[in-house]
Ligand binder design. Structure first.
Ligand code: FAD
Length: 480
């Protein structure tokens, strides 16, 4: 990936200087965070404003080194809200259009296989979803959106996947209260990307259009100033009667503190969103939680032992009906990635000072996978549904990152109340890779003061519905 352009350093004022001089660059947009969203937002803004001076500031050594690189990077068009179908489908259409021009996102369309109990299946038959003023069952809802899927009964499942135990029995199955599988739901136009290639694509486009990046640079504070003052005063103390805006960001680079100035600032800091917003008094409605993935090597026999599709030799991405455990095959490596999103018992990551407790900062910046979590939570479930396959497992490789969870599973994209030139996009809740293009278009519209965003597929969306106080979104229940 590209190096930091030299010109960028010229625009950083030393914190001792305190005031913005004529020689100092004032960017049109400064984006904090070089993950998939920051890079996609930068690219989208430059497409709309080709002459804009835009800088992405990132604390790690390169773009995508935060949670984007720790992602499973799965994509799907299966959701139970129309909105999520739209924002995901439009992003996927964008990726497809770039693939048609030769771009490589490392995509493998292996499908999603949800394994359901009878009770779950019955719920999906109920007319519980809104579509154009009528109540639709999940299946009718997907049909109305022309989504390709297939449903398998128990017998068909067994025929397609002999390794799968539909009704686990015995001591272990009893201990984990393994649910009996009665149905399989296979979403066909779903699969996985390579997250690094997705980030690289947005970054490449951003740089080609003249975007600039500054890596190894941690933003330590958002500096307010009076709207009607041209001077930058780092010691400005806001008064309730005074309109203010962000005049600069304070950054730490190699232990040196300095300021970067811009007309508008966009926080694309993902799970770290509250680190800068909380000290300012801004609200995001987002909380971060650790999520872990574990790789099991040398399981070629297992991942290729199925008859799901003639197009794909491996098993699909699978979601088991106990503990939310999911399995992703890696065909080239002959390996599996497994995980689950534990809820109660797993704390939200605390919001804390950037310059405070080093252990807490490390917990967010370099989260570690817990082998015990795999051994006591995931492995017994795998052993119950695939008897004999994982009995001798001794070695796994874990990785960990954080989801930025919003309250309803949808992203939060807004202007910070009371600060007219500060915007943010976060809360992708585990689907930021697959929805990046749409989230970027929504955020670019918000930052440009446009009331409506036009997605790649032409869908127009009122951007206020993603805001903190103007939020008007349905609850998405299909969050993994
Ligand atoms: C284990 C796991 C599995 C996932 N699986 C999927 C999946 O299957 N499909 C899917 O679509 N999504 C998935 N996701 C979610 C997806 O990865 C995220 O939604 C997406 O990466 C969020 O992008 P982002 O740009 O908001 O965040 P990030 O990639 O985390 O980028 C934020 C950036 O901001 C930088 N930053 C933060 N604070 C500062 C600061 N003060 N100064 C400078 N820089 C700062 C960080 O260093 C970071 O690089 C998964 C995530 C995890 C952790």
């Amino acid at each position: 990936m590209e190096d930091v352009p030299d010109t960028v350093t010229d625009s950083v004022t030393d914190s001792d200087t305190d005031t913005v001089t004529d020689s100092v660059t004032v960017y049109d947009y400064c984006i904090v965070g070089g993950g998939v969203l920051g890079c996609a937002i930068g690219k989208t803004l430059l497409e709309k404003e080709p002459d804009a001076k835009i800088l992405i500031v990132e604390k790690f050594a390169n773009a995508g080194f935060g949670n984007s690189s720790r992602s499973n990077a799965l994509y799907r068009n299966i959701f139970d809200t129309e909105l999520n179908i739209q924002i995901s489908a439009s992003s996927l259409l964008y990726y497809g259009s770039e693939e048609a021009k030769g771009e490589d996102f490392g995509r493998r369309e292996i499908g999603y296989l949800f394994l359901w109990t009878q009770e779950q299946y019955d719920t999906y038959l109920e007319p519980s979803l809104d579509h154009q003023g009528e109540r639709f069952s999940f299946f009718d809802f997907l049909d109305a959106h022309s989504i390709d899927y297939e449903v398998f009964n128990a017998e068909q499942l067994k025929q397609r996947w002999p390794d799968l135990e539909l009704e686990p029995t015995g001591e272990l199955a009893e201990m984990i209260a393994a649910n009996k599988i009665s149905w399989g739901f296979w979403g066909k136009n779903c699969g996985a990307y390579l997250p690094d290639l997705v980030v690289k694509h947005y970054l490449k486009k951003f740089m080609q259009m003249g975007g600039q990046t500054l890596y190894n640079t941690r933003v330590t504070a958002l500096k307010l100033g009076a709207v009607d003052s041209a001077e930058f005063d780092p010691d400005y103390v806001p008064a309730v009667w005074q309109p203010h805006e962000i005049k600069a960001i304070e950054v730490d680079r190699d232990g040196q503190s300095s300021y970067i100035h811009s007309k508008r600032f966009v926080l694309a800091t993902g799970a770290w969103i509250n680190q800068l917003l909380d000290p300012l008094g801004g609200r995001s409605m987002i909380k971060a939680k650790k999520r872990q993935l574990f790789t099991i090597d040398h399981v070629s026999d297992f991942i290729f032992s199925n008859n799901f599709s003639q197009d794909h030799s491996t098993i699909p991405f699978v979601i088991l009906p106990t503990g939310g455990v999911y399995i992703k095959p890696l065909d080239k490596a002959g390996a599996l990635v497994v995980g689950t999103s534990d809820k109660i018992g797993r704390s939200f990551a605390p919001t804390y000072s950037l310059r405070g407790d080093r252990d807490l900062d490390a917990e967010m910046d370099d989260p570690q996978a817990e082998d015990d979590f795999f051994m006591y939570n995931i492995l017994p479930i795998m052993q119950a549904y695939f008897p004999g396959v994982f009995d001798d497992l001794t070695k796994i490789k874990g990785s960990a990152g954080h989801y930025a969870y919003s309250i309803d599973g949808n992203p939060v994209i807004d202007k910070v109340k009371g600060v007219p030139n500060l915007f943010f996009a976060s809360g992708a809740s585990g689907s930021g890779i697959m929805k990046a293009d749409s989230i970027a278009r929504l955020c670019a519209a918000v930052a440009r003061g446009e009331p409506v965003a036009k997605l790649f597929n032409g869908t127009e969306i009122d951007v206020r519905i993603f805001g903190v106080e103007t939020r008007d979104l349905p609850d998405e229940t299909l969050v993994l």
